[in-house]
Ligand binder design. Structure first.
Ligand SMILES: NC(=O)c1ccc[n+]([C@@H]2O[C@H](COP(=O)([O-])OP(=O)(O)OC[C@H]3O[C@@H](n4cnc5c(N)ncnc54)[C@H](O)[C@@H]3O)[C@@H](O)[C@H]2O)c1
Length: 458
């Protein structure tokens, strides 16, 4: 079959894989190839055990793989054949040198740009899919267009707004798709080529066109606003615990205000995921570099509150369990940073597990999908630590259970059975506020939720 267009995606991660599978599904006349330097990851994409867990992803890949969706390590051939190259490589926080701990580490991105430059033999549209600092496209165009091959590269920004756990639904039915380009004739032509891809299935009024800098900055801003809502509600949760107000009731009351809205107002142990913290740190760094100190401090406080909330959760556990947890078995239900993903990057569970281990607790980590990542995250820990996928075995003989991920499975457990198998008094810390606290208390648990008065039998 001859394809109308060849699309390449460099980076077969949480974004590249699902996004390209959706494009392949919706654009059967386009050939979509996803490449990565990580050959094990590519092998997994070509197997029946995909490298990431995401509801609906297996079915999508099965329908398209081998027809118009291909996973490969052939980066060079991929670049040569492609008309449009999406770049979806990781952009972590820099850990060294100038800007360490805040700035985005652009080495993977720049290496990719240089690979494109070396292997390209004709004009290309290069699409920023990774989340990048505002004005990265300018640097990229400079690198790419200083070539002696007479090849023109047009850089377009098309940040990804999918949320892990709901990625397939988000991709199929996005709130919006954002496409930014230079406002030159070549830039507008490139923009149209990207609009044409999404127009296969996204209503035209949800495809937003803008200048390239606005697109880059909108992604950082969206994540900063989302994280800020979590830190805002979490900050009020602490006040609720002191005043007998209930954070669920407060959130429901304020969420009814159309100007505030009801979403992203659930208090909890803190936000995680690979993006919120790194993107805010990046925003902070950019503000600082433009001399906007107050703005940098404002956004940095969102991260400070999140870290404080994680520590506060552990402090509550320690204080309520008579100020000693040494030698006590504590079961962590959930390690992924949210439900329906195996991703544990920046998960609050990492901080909670490490803090409990520092107190010499005997920690058992349970999660339906994230145990491999959890083992990796805690591989340097020498203390008493075990992993158990079965929640009933994980909680057997425990002094306390801490629920850290909002998996549906944990709502549906037989808590009476769990209580019977635990040491007494039995403690339950609901770090996601998803359980029926009154019912658990009536069963005999001492229940500590976020932003609510504790329910204790002593
Ligand atoms: N994970 C999310 O939910 C999410 C959502 C929106 C945006 N983003 C952004 O998308 C980008 C990718 O995120 P991710 O979660 O998919 O990361 P990831 O770490 O899962 O995947 C990135 C992949 O790029 C590959 N890679 C790195 N350098 C390469 C090179 N030179 N050539 C080929 N492959 C290379 C890596 O091996 C890795 O497999 C980041 O900028 C992130 O901020 C992520």
């Amino acid at each position: 079959m001859t394809f109308e267009k060849q699309i390449l995606c460099i980076g077969a991660g949480y974004v590249g894989g699902p996004t390209m599978a959706m494009i392949a599904m919706k654009c059967p006349r386009y050939k979509v190839t996803v490449v990565d330097i990580n050959s094990a990851r590519i092998a997994a994409w070509n197997s029946n055990a995909l490298p990431i867990y995401e509801p609906g992803l297996d079915a999508l890949v099965q329908k398209t793989r081998g027809t118009n969706l291909f996973f490969s390590t052939g980066i060079e051939q991929g670049i040569q054949a492609a008309d449009i190259i999406f770049v979806s490589v990781n952009t972590p926080t820099k850990t060294f040198g100038h800007g360490a701990g805040k700035a985005a580490d652009l080495q993977f991105w720049e290496k990719t740009a240089r690979q494109i430059l070396v292997h390209a033999t004709n004009n290309k549209i290069v699409v920023e899919k990774s989340t990048l600092p505002v004005r990265t496209a300018e640097a990229m165009e400079r690198i790419l267009n200083q070539n002696t091959k007479n090849i023109h590269f047009e850089v377009v920004s098309n940040p990804e707004f999918l949320a892990e756990g709901t990625a397939i639904a988000d991709l199929e039915n996005p709130d919006r798709v954002l496409i930014g380009s230079q406002e030159t004739p070549d830039g507008l032509k490139a923009r149209k080529a990207i609009v044409d891809i999404y127009a296969h299935w996204v209503p035209r009024d949800r495809i937003i066109e803008c200048n390239v800098w606005s697109a880059e900055l909108s992604k950082l801003t969206a994540n900063a606003f989302l994280a800020q809502r979590i830190s805002s509600i979490n900050s009020i949760s602490a006040l609720c615990e002191r005043t007998e107000a209930d954070i669920t009731e407060v959130a429901a009351a304020i969420g009814k205000d159309a100007r505030i809205g009801a979403k992203f107002l659930r208090a909890g142990v803190g936000f995680g995921g690979s993006c919120f913290k790194k993107d805010i740190l990046n925003l902070v760094y950019i503000c600082q570099s433009y001399g906007l100190t107050e703005i940098a401090e404002y956004w940095e406080s969102v991260i400070r509150i999140n870290e404080w909330q994680e520590r506060r959760f552990v402090r509550t556990m320690l204080e309520s369990m008579f100020n000693t947890i040494a030698g006590k078995k504590i079961a962590l239900l959930g390690f992924a940073f949210k439900a329906d993903t195996g991703d544990t990057r920046e998960s609050p569970a990492i901080v909670v597990a490490r803090s409990l281990l520092e107190e010499h607790a005997d920690v058992v980590v349970s999660d339906p999908k994230a145990l491999d990542n959890a083992r990796e995250d805690l591989k340097d820990v020498p203390q008493a630590l075990s992993f158990e996928v079965d929640p009933y075995r994980a909680t057997d003989g425990a002094h306390a259970v801490a629920l850290l991920t909002d998996w549906q499975l944990y709502r549906d457990l037989d808590y009476e059975r769990i209580l019977q198998s635990m040491e007494q008094p039995a403690f339950l810390f609901d770090g996601r506020n998803i359980l029926d606290h009154k019912k658990l208390f009536d069963l005999g648990f001492n229940v500590f939720a976020i932003g609510k008065a504790p329910l204790k039998h002593f």
